[in-house]
Design a protein around this ligand. Structure first.
Ligand code: ADP
Ligand code: MG
Length: 576
């Protein structure tokens, strides 16, 4: 753990060494000051020479100024180190999240991930800049002060040294408890973030159901949980801070009385007495430091644990070590005895055998929950099959790199996910770096050009978070434009028009028809009217593939598809 932490220091070792040097120098000056005071009281004062006294004071002032500058430098460089390390970790965490597979996100809450990348890392940064150099200085001043105290008066020094461990033990006892506490505090922050995320994202649903009161109650529960956890942490902190304050005063009193006795009995000089009292402060500071260490280190350690946990999460879908770049696909797809379940004990697909020829449009129909979406999501390897294999042009898809596989498969779904930026950015997501001419061409083919022309800023129009400023049909057209730009040889249309009204659906169906030309297309359809022209239709039900054939063949067969069609066609006829 520690080694992994320090690995992040390595790129900044130069900065670290400089920072360290300044810190050491500052620590030495800190130790020198009480000794200077001793000389001042014992040697300079009795001489009564004002010139020397003023001169010495000026010299002390100069040392103070130097020390101030050193401390400022240490603070700045230390923080620079901290923020650099924090930035590196955040970059690493973010790029790791990008690699994690669907299964991970099925089970992880957004808010917790946001927390890991923000709050957790901030706490680690906090440790990184109050890091090892602070600890080193603490030890150095501790030992240094002890040696100096011994040189002034051995008995008094031993007495002081005997009491301090007692208080150190008292304060460090809290350390472990604090770590646990902060760990659960981070969990609370994650709960919080998740709830806020969901509520802001789903505010339209909340308000439409008038469930604000309900959401407030749920939120307040998280809010109170957070409050309780934090209060518990502060209770421990308050106890340990006040304990160390009290210990410090007690030690000072003991030194004062005992020191007074030694001065009166002649074994301690006045200067030694003053200097000793100052040294007790220097000696005790590292012990007090344990308190701030107790506060920041557990937070940082908890944060670092969570960070390591994240970057150690192996993506369950990744390039095989010997994966090859997929060649340009023709688009022959084969499912060979494919079995799959989100949890292996509960298979969704069993023994699926299916050959799809390049350029073919193949439709999947069947009851909701039968596994049509699941079947299609195996193709880009959002999930890996549990049994059997899927090949494209004869290549097992697991032998290809994910990037080369996925870049050749386009998916248009019912829910189009749009980003908050402009129309241009959202279309260009299909192929980053596409020129405006290419973007407009794709828009024209998706029949989105009219919409764009009517927009206040054309391509630069910002479409709101997740595209809230667009209608369902417009979002779908945007998704199609994206696909024209991406131009993949394999296309999956998963209920792409199911959410639209019949008229819009018919219009968009035409664009989808053009999009699927010359591509192997897998269409999942809800309304059978939209797939009559498919090369073949696959009827999927709970037991797997029930029927395969053309529309006419399946009607003639008079089984499930025929019944389904009859039912829908009857309904359609009544509606129109
Ligand atoms: P269809 O698209 O045919 O309506 P799906 O493929 O979406 O059906 O779902 C098939 C089954 O798998 C359903 O029982 C569904 O509850 C389950 N399922 C779908 N997605 C997930 C997921 N991410 N995790 C666990 N189970 C899932
Ligand atoms: Mg589905």
């Amino acid at each position: 753990m520690l080694r992994r932490f320090f690995a992040f220091y390595w790129p900044y070792r130069g900065l670290f060494v400089l920072d360290f040097a300044c810190a050491v120098l500052s620590g030495l000056l800190e130790l020198g000051f009480p000794m200077a005071v001793k000389a001042f009281v014992d040697d300079l004062l009795p001489s009564g020479q004002w010139g020397l006294i003023v001169g010495a004071s000026a010299a002390l002032l100069a040392i103070y100024i130097l020390n101030t500058a050193l401390m400022a430098t240490v603070t700045y460089w230390g923080h620079m180190l901290g923020i650099n390390i924090e930035t590196d970790m955040r970059r690493l965490a973010f790029s790791h999240i990008q690699k994690l597979s669907f299964r991970y996100f099925d089970n992880e809450k957004t808010g917790h991930l946001v927390g890991r990348l923000t709050k957790d890392l901030e706490e680690i940064g906090e440790v990184a800049h109050h890091g090892p150099e602070d600890l080193f200085i603490a030890i150095m001043t501790f030992v240094g002060a002890l040696l100096l105290m011994l040189s002034i008066n051995v008995e008094l020094a031993l007495l002081t040294a005997a009491i301090v461990p007692l208080t150190a033990w008292g304060t460090s006892r809290y350390g472990a408890r604090m770590t646990d506490n902060f760990r659960s505090l981070f969990g609370r922050v994650g709960d919080f973030n998740t709830r806020i995320e969901e509520n802001v994202g789903g505010i339209r649903v909340v308000q439409a159901f008038a469930n604000e009161e309900h959401e407030r109650t749920l939120f307040e529960k998280d809010n109170q949980n957070y409050r309780r956890t934090k209060l518990a942490a502060y209770r421990i902190m308050a106890a340990s801070t006040s304990m160390s304050y009290m210990s410090m005063r007690l030690i000072q009193m003991v030194v004062m009385i005992t020191g007074a006795y030694f001065v009166l009995s002649g074994s301690l000089s006045n200067g030694g007495f003053v200097s000793f009292l100052l040294l007790v402060g220097v000696f005790f500071r590292p012990v007090e430091k344990i308190n701030s260490v107790i506060e920041t280190y557990p937070k940082g350690i908890a944060g670092f644990r969570r960070f390591v946990e994240l970057i150690d999460t192996e993506p369950d879908i990744a390039d095989a070590p010997d994966a090859i770049e997929a060649p340009q696909f023709r688009g022959d797809i084969a499912f060979r005895s494919v079995g799959f379940g989100y949890i292996p004990e509960k298979p969704v697909l069993r023994g699926i055998d299916l050959d799809i020829k390049a350029g073919e449009t193949i439709a999947f129909v069947g009851p909701s929950g039968a596994g049509k979406t699941t079947l299609c999501s195996l193709l880009p390897r959002f999930y890996d099959v549990n049994a059997g294999a899927i090949t494209i042009d004869g290549h097992d898809i697991r032998s290809l790199t994910l990037a080369s596989l996925r870049s050749q498969i386009g998916i248009v779904q019912q829910d189009v996910f749009l980003f908050g930026g402009s129309v241009r950015e959202n279309i260009a997501y299909g192929r980053l770096g596409a020129s405006d001419a290419e973007i407009m061409d794709a828009a024209r083919r998706a029949k989105l050009d009219g919409v764009i022309a009517a927009m206040p800023q054309g391509l630069d129009t910002v479409i709101g978070e997740r595209g809230v400023k667009l209608s369902g049909g417009q979002k779908q057209r945007l998704a199609i434009a994206r696909m024209f730009l991406k131009n993949p040889p394999i296309l999956i249309l998963d209920e792409a028009t199911s959410a639209l009204d019949t008229e819009t659906e018919r219009a968009i169906q035409q664009s989808l028809g053009e999009l699927s030309e010359g591509r192997t297309t897998l269409v999942i359809a809800h309304r059978l009217a939209t797939i009559r022209d498919a090369s073949r239709i696959v009827v999927v039900d709970a037991s797997g593939i029930a029927e395969i054939g053309t529309h006419a063949e399946l009607l003639r067969a008079g089984r499930g598809y025929a019944r389904l069609y009859e039912a829908q066609f009857g309904q359609l006829g009544a509606a129109e």
